[in-house]
Design a protein around this ligand. Sequence first.
Ligand code: 5AD
Ligand code: SF4
Length: 361
Amino acid sequence: MMTVDEILDKPKLSREDIIRLLSISDDKEQKALIRKAYAVKIKTVGQKVYLRGLIEFSNLCRKNCFYCGIRSENHKINRYSLSEDEIYRITTYAIQHHFTGIVLQSGEQNSPAFAKQITSLITHIKKMTNPSLRITMSVGEQSYETYQEWFDSGVERYLLRIETSNENLYNKIHPDNAVHSFQNRLQCLENLQKIGFQTGTGIMIGLPFQTINDLADDLLFFKNRNIDMIGMGPYLVHSDTPFARFSASLLPPEERFQLSLRMIALLRILMPDINIVATTALQTINPAGRASGLLAGANVLMLNLTPITYHDNYLLYDNKPGSKEEELPDEFDRKLQQIGEKIVYNDYGDSIHFTKRNSHG
Ligand code: 5AD
Ligand code: SF4
């Protein structure tokens, strides 16, 4: 059998290699994988961190995903939507702190009025600075026309996590109805790419019923689909969800964390020029989680700029951080410099993969 070092030296990893590397349990092997991924990162995207300001502008959601704390059937939370003025105020804060891009995230709403509101919001935000901020939307499945309208108003990027690339598993973690359709989600991802967005997707790691093979297939899915950006992190329990009943059957948090780092590392090796987010979920399991994510190959951080008063109503999972302290870029920069990483302010940090894809026609 080949050793981990021998596998890591191969020019191309097979599905079996990926499964073997995801199954690492030895500390030395884990370190070797992460070292390799970091070397790839230095050569391709560099030791640079791109910051995005995250605005969780509404927790209204028409979906009822079994794992998520803001699912429509969780009546314990207060539903909110920020006013346009509040969003502009936060955007101004982001501009003052030299962010080059913001992410507008909410639960899934799909009324025509919602689509129009977003269009007007985007149009305004694009005019707030010159050069303008890059806008990423993360508001779920929408019609082709709505995606096109937002793209035409200036949105450059879109995040739509596939959650899992295994349709059977997808069906186990979502209610069985037309609102939660794997095929529609896939179609939406394709539509986003066709329209011309920098397209991001992602999955959760350590879900009930999920296997290592599923995770290997997720990585191959990202590669086959030519995805530009990935955000993925450990699945975390939210106690007011149906999936809380599986808590005892999950991988222990520390193992889920290490598995998440292996996923990031392998993704960096498989897709050297994409943008990878060091997610908040990583930080929830381990206080140094996001730094570990960057050292395993991630290169993007999303700092939560949502006003603190709303944090308790946007808990996708238990113990989501940022609920107490505001996230300050300066403080982050100091911490990052200690690990040899540096926040870049004078560059949008577009996915190199996306830029290359477009320059080759
Ligand atoms: N644990 C981890 N991630 C979660 N998300 C939703 N619920 C959870 C959870 N319990 C992720 C999903 C979704 C994103 C906004 O948050 O992947 O796409
Ligand atoms: Fe809504 Fe997204 Fe949560 Fe599903 S994961 S319930 S779509 S916010």
